[in-house]
Ligand binder design. Structure first.
Ligand code: CO
Length: 133
C-alpha cells in the first residue's frame, strides 16, 4: 500500500486554498465537485501524494457533520491498492470495521471505500484504486 492522498476538512475552500497555496508555493492542480460525497475539493499534487481540501456543499454532507463535531483538520488518509475488492475482503476478515463493503466512485473517478476510524486507531482510512483505462 502507498499513500494516495491526505484529506483535510475545511469550512471555506477559498480561504484554505490561500493557506495551502502559500504553504506549497503553488496553486491547486485540480478542482472538483463530488456530488455523491456532497463536497467540493481542491487538490494539490505533491510528488506521489495528493493533498485534498474538502468543503461541504450541503448541511447533510459527511464533511459538514465532521466539521460540526470535530472542527477543521485531518479528515482521512487514503491508501492506494491494486485490487480494492480483495483488500476490503481481506481487511474485513482480519476484523476491520468497513464503512463501505463495496467500493464507490470518488474524486477523479477512482474507486474508493472507507474503513471506520475506530478500527484504525482513530483515523478515518480510505482505500483507493485507480480505474484501469
Ligand atoms: Co479521499
Amino acid at each position: 500500500m502507498r499513500v494516495d492522498h491526505i484529506a483535510i476538512a475545511v469550512k471555506d475552500l477559498d480561504d484554505a486554498v490561500k493557506v495551502y497555496s502559500a504553504l506549497f508555493g503553488k496553486e491547486p492542480d485540480h478542482f472538483e465537485e463530488v456530488e455523491e460525497q456532497k463536497v467540493k475539493t481542491a487538490i494539490f499534487y505533491l510528488g506521489d501524494v495528493r493533498i485534498e481540501l474538502l468543503e461541504p456543499t450541503s448541511d447533510d454532507s459527511p464533511i459538514a457533520k465532521f466539521l460540526a463535531k470535530r472542527g477543521e483538520g485531518l479528515h482521512h488518509v487514503s491508501y492506494k491498492v491494486d485490487d480494492i475488492k480483495s483488500k476490503l475482503l481481506e481487511l474485513k476478515n482480519a476484523g476491520f470495521r468497513l464503512i463501505n463493503e463495496e467500493p464507490r466512485i470518488g474524486a477523479e473517478g477512482k474507486l474508493i471505500a472507507f474503513i471506520h476510524p475506530k478500527s484504525v486507531v482513530g483515523v478515518l482510512t480510505e482505500l483507493t484504486q485507480d480505474i484501469k483505462e
